[in-house]
Ligand binder design. Structure first.
Ligand code: SAH
Length: 254
């Protein structure tokens, strides 16, 4: 059995209980070395074979999994954050389907959740935005034209931009083209939940300058939107006058 496990955003105690148990039990671990905290591997059995997928191809990863299956071993494929976001797990699962090898997916805390926690922010504020757009700039991996940043920016929703810290002048240009004002609040969160985490608040206009000042070129998320700063409405759910399934609303005293 292969277990695709979300390692969480960085801090070793932000993996799920299930993920940690699987690391402790597994015979083979293939981890995404560029972003998974290696301290998570300290929990592995001394006999566990550990592979860093940073230098491996898909074919090599699958070959390790196939070999482990033939030897009746348990394998953990450890992905950073949650495996469903930019994790390239679908292609691995399809290869396993072809070979009739069983697998499961164990979710993880994505870095975009780690970044919100670091910022002490709420992405979905009433009257500000009720939508989170998770996207990236096109780099060597293309992005469909219909998802170009300026098109998404037109929604003025909360935006979480992965994999783009090295393209900030272009990102700002695309955000402005999509209608964001230059002084729209933005933030760069570098290595959210790691010990060397950095939280930089800035604006759409000075994203590149802010990153440059702090020597940030990768392992960062870019957050954009008025959720970072400014007014909002309080939630109806917890408002004294609001009635719902579990609570009867009351008129406020005059
Ligand atoms: N599956 C992962 C994302 C992998 S793509 C997740 O759910 O978080 C890799 C990109 O994720 C990085 O380029 C960076 O933009 C972002 N990232 C991953 N870990 C991060 C962290 N701890 N802090 C900030 N950004 C992070």
């Amino acid at each position: 059995m292969i277990h695709f496990v979300g390692a969480g955003p960085g801090a070793v105690d932000l993996i799920t209980v299930r993920g940690q148990r699987l690391i402790r039990e597994s015979d083979v671990i293939i981890y995404a070395g560029s972003l998974v905290n290696p301290d998570l591997l300290l929990e592995a059995k001394p006999t566990c074979s550990i592979y860093n997928s940073a230098s491996m191809t898909l074919e090599e990863v699958i070959a390790v999994m196939v070999q482990a299956e033939q030897e009746n071993k348990q394998t953990v494929r450890l992905h950073t954050g949650d495996p469903s976001l930019y994790g390239a797990i679908r292609e691995q699962m399809d290869c396993l389907n072809q070979r009739h090898i069983a697998y499961e997916v164990v979710p993880g805390v994505s870095s975009f959740c780690g970044a919100a926690a670091a910022l002490q922010a709420e992405y979905t504020l009433p009257d500000v935005s009720q939508t989170v757009i998770i996207t990236r700039m096109a780099g060597r991996t293309p992005v469909p034209q219909r998802e170009e940043i300026s098109l998404l920016a037109q929604h003025q929703s909360t935006m979480v931009i992965f994999l783009s810290a090295g393209m900030l002048p272009q990102l700002t240009e695309r955000l402005l083209a999509g209608g964001y004002l230059p002084d729209t609040p933005a933030a760069i969160v570098y290595k959210a939940t790691w010990e060397d985490e950095k939280i930089l608040r800035c604006t759409v206009q000075n994203l590149a300058q802010t990153a440059k000042q702090h020597h940030i070129t990768k392992t960062a998320l870019i957050l954009v939107g008025r959720f970072l700063d400014g007014d909002y409405s309080r939630s109806l759910l917890y408002h004294p006058t609001f009635t719902h399934e579990f609570r009867e609303g009351k008129a406020l005293p005059q």
